[in-house]
Design a binder for this molecule. Structure first.
Ligand code: COA
Length: 198
């Protein structure tokens, strides 16, 4: 198993064949995957803090990049009349991203986030499809993650995608200065013969 970035992250995602154009929004939007680099951290962190009440710090992202964890951005082409915010220098819109960690026959999803303006349009599922395909290609048999017990949108996403709750990690996440929150541990089996959910 390698932790190198997936080939498809270096250009337009090659599968399925029509994935250069997606109709997940009300109109077609051209999207591509691209590996995250330290130069992207301002934009990524802007999305992270706007999307999540318990955001990763810049250090979390930097440590992940330096550890070589697959860290992939979903970039979208702004549609006519849209203001791409947060925009990157190349004018593309950072719609979301995910960071994973490859292990022995398994992959651990560390972060998946969609910019608020693009939520509920299927982009998290789109990224999970890509991650599941890549993980399977690496020989992984399961995708694992932890999610805050109170994070109903994310839990709903994972359950609807086919992840199963496997247990709780007590007090795994900081909540306030004096309180902690449990994590639900979830697993998606990736049997070799199974199709990745569409
Ligand atoms: C969780 C998150 C990644 C979902 O992204 P998204 O692109 O909006 O998700 P999708 O549009 O692909 O939704 C897929 C399914 O997830 C569930 N879902 C997603 N957001 C939901 C919400 N706010 N409430 C209820 N269900 C939700 C639904 O079942 C949805 O399917 P439907 O729209 O057909 O009902 C996004 O809300 C986010 O970035 N949250 C902040 C960061 C975070 O919590 N990350 C997960 C940490 S473990």
């Amino acid at each position: 198993m390698t932790t190198a970035l997936p080939d498809w992250a270096h250009g337009l995602w090659p599968a399925p064949p029509d994935s250069r154009w997606r109709s997940l929004d009300t109109v077609e939007r051209r999207v591509r995957f691209q590996p995250m680099s330290e130069d992207d951290l301002d934009t990524v962190h802007a999305v992270e803090t706007s999307a999540y009440g318990h955001p990763w710090t810049r250090k979390h992202f930097r440590d992940s990049l330096q550890s070589g964890h697959p860290s992939v951005m979903l970039l979208g082409q702004p549609l006519p009349g849209e203001q791409p915010a947060p925009a990157r220098a190349d004018g593309r819109w950072l719609m979301g991203y995910f960071i994973a960690m490859a292990g022995v026959e398994e992959v651990h999803l560390l972060n998946i986030t969609v910019a608020p303006v693009h939520q509920r349009q299927g982009w998290a599922r789109f990224m999970l499809d890509a991650l599941a395909l890549w993980s399977r290609g690496q020989g992984a048999q399961a995708l694992w993650l932890e999610v805050r017990e109170s994070n109903a949108p994310a839990r709903r996403l994972y359950e609807s995608y086919g992840f199963e709750a496997m247990g709780l990690r007590r007090g795994y996440y900081p909540l306030t200065t004096h309180q902690r929150e449990d994590a639900v541990v979830m697993c998606l089996r990736l049997p070799a013969s199974a199709r990745v959910p569409a």
